[in-house]
Design a protein around this ligand. Sequence first.
Ligand code: SAH
Ligand code: SF4
Ligand code: F3S
Length: 469
Amino acid sequence: MFKGVEADQAMNSDRQTPPRAFIFTFGCQMNEYDSDRMARILAERGFESTRDLKRADLIVLNTCSIREKAVQKVMSFLGRLRPLKEDRPSLIIVVTGCVAQQEGEKLLKQAPYLDLVLGTHALHRLPELLDWIMTDRRPVCHTDFEYHLPPPPPLTSGDVRVRAYLTVMQGCDNFCAYCVVPYVRGREISRPPEEILTEARDLVAHGVREIILLGQNVNSYGRGLEPPVTFADLLTRAADLPGLKRIRFTTSHPKDLSPGLISAMAELGPVCEHVHLPVQSGSSRILKAMSRGYTRADYLDRVEALRRACPDVALTTDIIVGFPGETEADFQESLDLVSRVRFDGMFSFKYSDRPITRAARFEPKVDETVKSRRLAELQALQKSITLELNQALIGQRVQVLVEGRGKRYPDQLTSRTRGNKVVNFNGPDELIGCLAYPLIVQAWPNSLVGLLPDAESDPAPRKAGRPSS
Ligand code: SAH
Ligand code: SF4
Ligand code: F3S
């Protein structure tokens, strides 16, 4: 096994300080969780973390391949590392995540200065593979799907923060026509609830007050587990964890949004009323071509059911513009759906051909300039809706969880509402990690400004009579 002391000797024999690791994360929250997991694995082996590329002995790029642009970003970052390796041959460069899984050996040919290509199921193998590289100095590629996700090492006391991600399941079985995730993350597999709850308890013991449970399709959590367990069961158990103030989850697939999950959200105090429910398109014809498994009408019905059970639920979504064959009329249906639902927020993307996927062979492709125009129109519409919904909160007191000092304005505290809106306000450090009830006095498209009328904070989480959002 790879030991910190050995690492130090092998990498920097003339120096007494521990070796330094730089981890750079591209892509989604799952990658952030995985990077965190790797940081803990490396810390156990004696690595210190650094944000200075030039001082790093080990550089790990945790990558995303969801769109062509994401892959280009990774490749250009990788290109910038070449001179560093030429200057210092002992530097170890690792590419992991979805580009590593997708490209495998090809990456070693494209970038011969790379030491390790580590697939999405192999993060726990990082120490032994580093050990191997340091003795052998030959590049390694390990991209087998192992369908085994051992829990990460426990946190150390240096890792204190208020909110944390926790991946509850890996992979996806949906094979939407445009999407690489099932190919780069493998089949869907859920982690046992006991393991998740142990990890959650460890997070809370280290000061975490909000946990975001992650899965590509969290509503189907538990499939294949024995004894059977649903995502609503997992939420119920997590909601009982002492000290945990808030739970969020993402992503929910509209076709699997169960009544059990809706009522768990409506009834469990710590579970925030926010659902990220990617619709992808407002046109049933395009949804069919995407193999999403629901129609426009189905989606609108689910939104109605959600709002009936949980009237102040915040809804966010993802939309793709310019999917092959998307006509102006299809696009108008996406705009219309956005106007009807009035989402609190949206991530929108130009369709990007992923060679592995079925949609790459679909015709006709939509012109790039048309995609750009549609994206701009959609984003302008959403921006005005978000601003209106945010402005409607002016004059209300909202429950927020205080996360820390603002990056841009450190004199302010930064916090989030139950609906996941950012609220900045002046207040003392003692509020960090606590619930507070600022009065909203100003609204922007991306954040709200609050005012704390008095020192009141931290009553127990409640459902009934909760201030909205
Ligand atoms: N599991 C989630 C989404 C994961 S990917 C779900 O099912 O909704 C995040 C978002 O990236 C997707 O919701 C989709 O909007 C977008 N996306 C995925 N593949 C894409 C592609 N080929 N081109 C453009 N956007 C894409
Ligand atoms: Fe991709 Fe569809 Fe799976 Fe989401 S549900 S990860 S969009 S294949
Ligand atoms: Fe990207 Fe992989 Fe996440 S492709 S969006 S990092 S699952």
